[in-house]
Design a protein around this ligand. Structure first.
Ligand code: DHE
Length: 561
């Protein structure tokens, strides 16, 4: 950030808190809202005019760009609340007014809010400054009967092939998300051929393959799950359903049981809004049950938290359990799917603002970032208990993390949004178990890292820095030596691509690393040789549209990262 910008943001932070403290002292009258044309006024404040059509457009922009951090109901989450009258903790948006809100939107904040100028148009920013000053629109419920209405079985099970209709190696297929296009590309990792580009949900967030590896399930930000069959020559979408209005996570049942009973049996979709999860039949996507996640927080605060969003979900390999991380309450729910209609649930209080995570190398312990608290929570899944809470760097963001082994033993690593460090946590039993035994740093200031990745056959750990505001840092990925844990090489984006480098994924053999280039003028998908760190292939075809996550079938099913 330039000196001018730092000054600007600091001045605004000062204004923000001055307004906030003033706001705590004085009580303002309630805004007046009408349905046909929303117009809000109160003492000494200008009238806000916003039509129904503008409310609809603004809600969509807010949902796409802001709801992830500020909550769909604008009550705040990792970001502050954005309510006309404030919430007692953060300033009233009516007091900030259009100029104050505009500066935050355009410049972001030192705490991690991105700068939206240049990404949102001037009209969109202007509209948001009015939208944020009126009451947020109510979000309707989505109960089982409503979910059922969204279910679309495109190809019934008895009309699907019983064996692959090709000789390709499905284990090395990659599902690549084209976020803004709402599409998923399926690529043969052996031949690098594009097999299909399929229309899925809006702004697809993640993909998870079924335990057998036959299907991919994608979850869109709009809560739409699409089921992709990899047996046909050209992969195709065979079923769709909606799990929520706003969602980020999906996973499958992976427990084999004595007779392989749960392989490809059930899937679960997590909802940001409504705060709930839905269990579906994994063959058809027929909805089976809805469970709400609102409740009390982990720290004994008796306040009922309505917006208790489902963040990451992982499936245990050793028990019929899903680990469901409830963000705002800081509760980890272990959901037993042996009865998918009335699932038995163990609720474990941990730390607030649970986000993303993955298993350590044995698969017994699940490691999840409590990002706003700078902690990683360790859950002993088979024994259904909290094992440890570990202090790490500022705002950890591991994706699913990275498992590696060297002289220090078995380590699980996380990178951070808030600083340029990587924390390595020892996972082997002994005096140093669950301690950060090493911290390594990337060159340059600030974090902005979203993901890191390695593979059991690799000697390298790859880290991105996609949300760092400095374009010389966010357009590169950073490689560390696994044996020494020292920084080895900054890999700059190749000529012909333009944007930010994000999210790495290995192929089955563990000798290639795939990286996306998004948020720029020339999207690309890059394939590197993991040994030489040289670029092997660059996809810049027209069908590559703002790619984000990539998921190798075998590595994702087997939790290899
Ligand atoms: Fe993600 C994982 C939520 C922004 C790409 N993201 C996750 C998970 C959650 C989440 C809860 C874990 C899913 C799981 O494992 O079950 N992400 C959120 C947000 O709330 C946030 C901060 C803001 C938002 O509005 O969505 C957010 N995420 C982003 C991005 O800006 C990224 C880079 C592009 C995008 O899609 O918007 C992005 N998130 C990803 C990817 C994963 C992910 C690629 C899966 C990583 C993996 O290897 O498993």
């Amino acid at each position: 950030m330039s000196n001018f910008k730092s000054f600007y943001v600091l001045t605004l932070t000062f204004i923000f808190f001055t307004v906030f403290f003033q706001n705590c002292k004085q009580k303002e009258s309630k805004p007046i809202t009408t349905t046909s044309n929303t117009s809000v006024a109160s003492k000494n404040r200008p009238v806000i005019d916003i039509s129904e059509a503008e409310m609809e457009t603004a809600s969509q922009i807010y949902f796409n760009r802001c709801a992830g951090c500020h909550g769909a109901s604008r009550k705040g989450a990792t970001g502050p609340s954005l309510l006309p009258e404030g919430d007692g903790k953060f300033a009233a948006t009516r007091d900030l007014g259009a100029p104050g809100l505009r500066v935050f939107i355009e410049n972001g904040t030192p705490k991690g809010m991105p700068e939206w100028k240049g990404i949102l148009s001037e009209q969109e920013i202007e509209l948001l400054t009015r939208f944020l000053q009126v009451d947020p629109p109510a979000i309707p419920p989505l109960e089982l009967a409503d979910v059922k209405k969204t279910w679309n079985l495109i190809v019934p099970v008895d009309q699907r092939p019983t064996a692959p209709q090709h000789k390709r190696n499905i284990k090395n297929y990659f599902g690549v998300i084209m976020r803004d296009a709402g599409k998923v590309a399926i690529i043969d990792g052996d031949t690098k051929e594009k097999l299909a580009v399929l229309k899925t949900g809006f702004a697809v967030h993640i993909l998870r393959p079924s335990a057998s590896g036959r299907y991919f399930y994608s979850i869109g930000r709009d809560g739409k799950i699409s089921m992709i069959d990899l047996f046909p020559k050209e992969p195709q979408v065979v079923a769709e359903v909606k799990t929520a209005f706003d969602a980020r996570s999906v996973d499958v049942s992976k427990y084999k049981g004595p007779k392989g009973d749960f392989i490809d049996k059930y899937i679960i979709g997590g909802g940001y809004n409504p705060s709930q999860f839905v269990i579906f039949d994994a063959q058809t996507l027929e909805p089976l049950s809805v469970t709400h996640t609102s409740g009390e927080a982990c720290d004994g605060d008796k306040e009922f938290i309505e917006e208790a969003r489902v963040a990451s979900i992982v499936a245990s390999h050793t028990d019929p359990l899903w680990v469901v991380n409830v963000k705002e309450t800081g509760m980890v729910w272990l959901v037993d799917y042996t009865d998918p209609v009335n699932p038995a649930i163990s609720k474990i209080p941990t730390a607030r603002f649970l986000h993303d995570g993955g298993f350590e190398s044995t698969g017994k312990y699940f490691m999840v970032a409590a990002n706003a608290n700078n902690k990683v929570v360790v859950i002993d899944v088979p024994n259904k208990k909290l094992e440890k809470i570990v202090d790490v760097g500022t705002t950890p963001h591991p994706g699913r993390g990275a498992n590696l082994k060297n002289d220090l033993g078995n380590l699980w690593a996380t990178c951070h949004l808030g600083d340029n460090s990587i924390s390595f946590i020892k996972t082997d039993p002994g005096p140093d178990q669950w301690k950060v035994v090493k911290t390594a740093n990337m060159p340059g200031n600030g974090g902005g890292s979203l993901f890191l990745k390695t593979h059991p056959k690799s000697k390298h750990l790859w880290v991105d820095r996609a949300l760092n505001p400095d374009s010389t840092l966010n357009s590169a990925v950073y490689v560390f030596d696994i044996n020494t844990l020292e920084f080895k090489k900054k890999i700059e984006m190749p000529k012909g691509a333009n944007g930010r480098m994000v999210h790495m994924e290995y192929n089955v053999a563990g000798n290639e690393v795939w990286v996306s280039v998004f948020m720029g003028h020339q999207s690309a998908l890059l394939v590197y040789d993991d040994k030489t760190l040289k670029l092997k292939k660059m996809f810049t075809d027209a069908w590559i549209e703002n790619p984000t996550g990539k998921f190798n079938v075998n590595n994702t099913v087997s939790d290899i990262y």
